[in-house]
Write a protein that binds this ligand. Structure first.
Ligand SMILES: *Cc1c(COP(=O)(O)O)cnc(C)c1O
Ligand code: SF4
Length: 358
């Protein structure tokens, strides 16, 4: 028997990336601008994902996320290559340690599709050198010496673009450290390349429970039957699923879109976790939304959908000071110290508080 190339590998090899292929997805955009933006940050769009795009719609939200755009070439003083100062907080290459109890491992630079708003464009789409056995040994030594670390988050790039064998090696290495309680895998593959979620992969992940998978979907149209089936395979194996979305101008910055996204995720047994304010990264200025819009959108969601469908709006602070949650103003103490709560039906409800608060 010959070992055949897995289907997902063939889909990746066959992904759209040439300027003429990209232009066909966004014929209203100047060919020169598409080519220039793609030269700066390479494009890659698996064909089934590209099929979600309506080329006749100049405002197509899926195209906005993945087809290169001339506006990516606009520089601005507030934008930079590494807005969250991840390199500063990397004691080893590809290991970001900012919060005491959890460590981020950037295990690869590869992704199924290259999101035009990516905060890690500085590493994505480029081969991540030096992530072999020697690196893994250093990572294990680092973790072993830090008992405060309870969680390891595999990210990248997309950890699920590693082969099952390489992913297995990383997971076993991380799991060899006794105080690592949980593993998290941040991945866009189940959404952008659902064929990657094979039975073998699911088994490999399941073996390392408790392991959480955090997906990355930003628009309800991404939750296709194939994507939902990939989520089902993971959920049926008992793997808890969360989603992080990025708030993107022209993609999902309208109340109906976020509501539909949350409903589609919940139907697929995925809990919306974070809604990220778009980071101040080079090339993504045209995706930015005012902070107040995000707060308003989440407030609006609170009145429309169950609590488990409401993501937390977070801003990762420029300069690498960590994430800050922006909650819609929902309650406050008045001048006399008595609290009122802003209810979803618009009523301001006085709350009979109990003594002893600080
Ligand atoms: C976002 C992030 C995490 C994970 O944060 P959670 O709030 O636990 O999702 C961990 N490390 C770094 C460096 C991060 O940027
Ligand atoms: S999947 Fe994540 S890391 Fe990869 S290009 Fe998109 S945003 Fe960047």
């Amino acid at each position: 028997m010959t070992t055949s190339t897995p289907g997902w590998r063939r889909e990746l090899a066959d992904a759209l990336s040439r300027p003429d292929q990209l232009r066909a997805l966004a014929p209203h955009r100047p060919a020169k601008e598409i080519a220039a933006a793609a030269a700066r940050f390479p494009a890659r769009i698996p064909r089934p994902y590209a099929a979600l795009i309506d080329p006749a719609d100049p405002a197509d939200p899926i195209a906005a996320m993945v087809v290169p755009d001339g506006r990516e070439l606009r520089a601005a003083p507030e934008l930079s290559a590494d807005p969250l100062a991840e390199e500063r907080d990397s004691p080893l290459p590809g290991l970001v340690h900012r919060y005491p109890d959890r460590v981020l491992l950037l295990v690869t630079g590869r992704c199924a599709t290259h999101c035009r708003y990516c905060m890690r464009r500085r590493v994505v789409g480029r081969p991540a050198r030096g992530r072999g056995a020697a690196w893994l040994e250093e990572v294990v030594a680092y973790l072993a010496a830090r008992p405060a670390v309870r969680e390891v988050i595999l990210s990248g790039g997309d950890p699920l673009l590693l082969s099952d064998e390489r992913l297995g090696r990383v997971l076993r290495a991380v799991r060899s450290v006794p105080h690592v309680e949980i593993v998290r895998v941040d991945t866009r593959a189940p959404v952008a390349l659902p064929s990657r979620v094979t039975a073998d992969l699911v088994r490999a992940l399941r073996r390392h429970a408790p392991l959480w998978v955090v997906l990355h979907a930003c628009h309800p149209r991404e939750l296709t039957p194939d994507v939902v089936a990939a989520c089902d395979r993971l959920a049926d194996a008992g793997i808890p699923l969360l989603n992080q979305a990025v708030l993107l101008a022209g993609v999902n910055d309208r109340p109906g879109v976020l509501e539909e996204l949350s409903r589609a995720l919940l139907r697929a047994r995925v809990r919306p976790y974070y809604l990220h304010q778009c980071d101040l990264v080079d090339g993504a200025g045209h995706f930015r939304t005012p902070l107040a819009r995000g707060v308003g959108l989440v407030r609006d969601l609170c009145g429309r959908i169950a609590g488990m469908g409401i993501p937390r709006l977070v801003v990762d602070t420029p300069g690498g000071h960590g994430k800050v949650a922006l909650a819609p103003g929902s309650g406050s103490p008045g001048d006399d110290g008595a609290w009122t709560l802003a209810a979803p039906d618009g009523t301001v409800v006085p709350y009979p508080d109990v003594g002893g608060g600080s």
